[in-house]
Each structure stands twice: as structure tokens, then as C-alpha cells.
Write a protein that binds this ligand. Sequence first.
Ligand code: NI
Length: 193
Amino acid sequence: VAILSIKKYPEAVLKAVAKPIDEITPSLISLANDMLETMYAAPGVGLAAPQVGYSIRLAVIDTRYRDDFGRVEPEKLTDLEREVTFPLKLFNPVILKKDGKVSFDEGCLSVPGYVEPVKRFEYVEFEAYGPDEKKISISTDGLLAICIQHEIDHLNGKLFLDHLSHIKRSMIKSKIKKNGFDDNEREGRSHAL
Ligand code: NI
């Protein structure tokens, strides 16, 4: 496995609508494994293929809460999240059902150092194919529900910045234009999606 370089706003690949995957090849499976390693190393809890330069509908997720030593804290998961087998490698993920409202302080590995509250659906049902070409169906709330919405946004060329008010978004964008990103900035990364 290899650590990939993460594309940052405003790189064009982050704005493109990613293409559906029509065959889960060994090279795509190894890309998914590299993406997982890259995500854990960041650290983050979700990563979509466009964030590492591939405009295809693939995302990896592991939203299990961890303590300062990286140990999983299962007691912080919701009942629905506890039924999920992590990590998830999701090919062509789609949301089938969504309900409720929640606001969560989101960060993104492609916009490092910025964390803002984003309104999301609280509960989602989604489907995807796994590396074995079997269909994965998940009903969830908690951080996993937020993360899958954030990752599917990435596949549709959208960043969490696009959910903010016009004023807030232009403030952040001009700040990024002026200062760029601090590569050593770790703030908010443990929850970066
Ligand atoms: Ni993101």
C-alpha cells in the first residue's frame, strides 16, 4: 500500500462529477486500499477518489471514534453504526433514503484547517458495491450518516464549503487564496471527511 497525495481546494478534479465504475478491477481494489492508508495517515474518517486525483465513484470510510492512542471507542457509536463492519470500501455509492436534520462541525482533508457547521440529514439509507462485487446496504445515523453525505458530495464535485452561506464561503475562499494551507495544520483533522 502507498500513501497518496491529497488534492486540495481549488484543484479542478474536486469540482468534477466523478464517473461511475463499471468493473471492480484489481487495480481499483488496490487504489481503495491505498486510499484507506492515506485516510488513516492524515488522519481522517472518510476519503473520496477525486481527493486523490481519480474522478471515479469510489469512497472509503471508517468513522469509528478513536481515543488519543488510536484505539476504537465503540461506546461512542450509535446502535445503527455498531452494526456496520468497518472500514468501508464503497464503489458507486448511492443514497436511497434520507430523513431528519442535524448540524455537524465538518472538516475536509482537501480544505485542511477549516471546520464549519454543515446541515445534513440525520438518518440515511445507502447502497454501494464492495470489492467482492456484492451489494452493501446500510441504514445509519451518527457520524457515518454525515460522512457518506460528505463523500457523495465529493463524487458530485461539491465541497462542504458549498453548503455554507455565501458570505462565509467567500470569506474562507479569500483567506485560502491569501494564506494557502498550512501543511502542518492538524486542527480538526481527526474528524476530517
Ligand atoms: Ni472532504
